[in-house]
Design a protein around this ligand. Sequence first.
Ligand SMILES: [Zn+2]
Length: 139
Amino acid sequence: MNLFQYIPAEYTCPKCGWRRSVISPTLWRFYWIAAALAALPLWIASLCPPWSMPWYYGLSFLAGELLMIFISGFLCSISLFLFDSRGTIRCRSCRAMMSFNGRHFDPLGHPRPHWKDIVLLIVFLALNVALWLAIAYHK
Ligand SMILES: [Zn+2]
């Protein structure tokens, strides 16, 4: 099963034909699984005595984890992923202006993660650890 799906942005040099694709991850199967796995311990903890919340609060934990994936994607897009735009304005081989050819889905998806998926997952896990520490030390 392909867990990852991307929206590639295609750039081509009109002079020499050099091509460049910039990958953008989408909220696809892998991220839904990651959000569900991250919401699971919070949901189980919320069922136990100090909180004793109703079971359907788990849906709000899942929504919160999906929001946290959005936040980690936002944090990555304004910091790290900007470095991936090299070679989209000027050609790396002949220095001519690059031509943007549009974005497209790849509907089949990919079995392996792109490095941006790994960075997103690390930021998502760091946000979750910060959340769990905030809950654990909240008085
Ligand atoms: Zn070129």
